[in-house]
Design a protein around this ligand. Structure first.
Ligand code: NAP
Length: 242
């Protein structure tokens, strides 16, 4: 069975991506950091969608933890490799720059950008050896446009977009594609507390998106049908920023 690793697969967009990959027949490795119950629920939904599921708990921003978890996975699956990696786990710690603390800055950079380096390093070599791989990075509108109150998050997501372009060129000849998806406002726990009624007035589609509307693009980018698309960042934002 083909293996796909979805970081932050327990909730929100990552859960929808896990379920969508399951319906393509993947064994989905669902990473999470703390919410075991949500991860279990995603695993059940993955099985219901026709896939198989494994839970893999680690903090994507902790290099040693990432290496340990993925080395244990390889130990358990010596003849397999992860052919699809969705770098999705992310957090936001919004604050205006004048009040932003060093902790808010580093937590966001660590979880949203360092994680790309730590996790991708662990799965890249087998993809190159097998001459097939798909890496999809969850960026954001914030990384394209920059959003006030999100200097940290915009920097992390902007960095992720640039890293996507650079890595895509390094690995293109080996059948590995690297793309980014840039959601606008998507209804998940992450946007809890935002004033949806006010914000949606600026969105041409006049609504927030659903996680499934992001997941369908991720599954396409992960498919063989997307074999000539690499280094791209594709927005899913209801027309908010084009
Ligand atoms: P969410 O509902 O808050 O879910 C976050 C997921 O990331 C959870 O599965 C969480 O695991 C996991 N996670 C957080 N920190 C982690 C860590 N250190 N190590 C491993 N897993 C970690 O967020 P979401 O809205 O689905 O966002 C998913 C991605 O889309 C993020 O990268 C986010 O920046 C991006 N995005 C979201 C929106 C939006 O409007 N929602 C817009 C643009 C971009 P636990 O369940 O264990 O906590």
């Amino acid at each position: 069975m083909k293996n796909a690793l979805v970081t932050g697969g327990s909730r929100g967009i990552g859960r929808a991506v896990s379920i969508a990959l399951a319906s393509e027949g993947y064994n989905v490795i669902i990473n999470y950091v703390s919410n075991e119950k949500a991860a279990q629920e995603t695993a059940e939904a993955v099985v219901a969608a026709g896939g198989t599921a494994e839970l893999l708990r680690f903090d994507v921003g902790d290099a040693a933890a990432v290496a340990e978890a993925l080395s244990a996975w390889r130990g358990k699956h010596p003849d397999e490799y992860i052919e699809v990696l969705v770098n999705n786990a992310g957090i936001r710690r919004d604050n205006l720059m004048v009040w932003q603390s060093p902790d808010e800055w580093s937590a966001v950079l660590k979880t949203n950008l360092d994680s790309f380096f730590f996790v991708t390093k662990e799965v890249l070599q087998p993809m190159l050896l097998k001459k097939f791989g798909r890496i999809v990075n969850m960026a954001s509108l914030s990384g394209l446009k920059g959003l006030p109150g999100q200097v940290n998050y915009s920097a992390a997501k902007g960095g992720l977009i640039a890293a996507t372009k650079a890595l895509a060129q390094e690995v293109a000849r080996k059948g590995v594609t690297v793309n980014a998806v840039a959601p606008g406002f998507i209804k998940t726990d992450m946007v809890d507390g935002l004033d949806e009624a006010a914000l949606k007035k600026d969105i041409p589609m006049n609504r927030f998106g659903a996680p499934e509307e992001v997941a369908s693009l991720v599954v396409f980018l992960a498919s063989r049908a997307a074999s000539y698309i690499t280094g791209e960042t594709i927005s899913v934002n209801g027309g908010l920023y084009t």
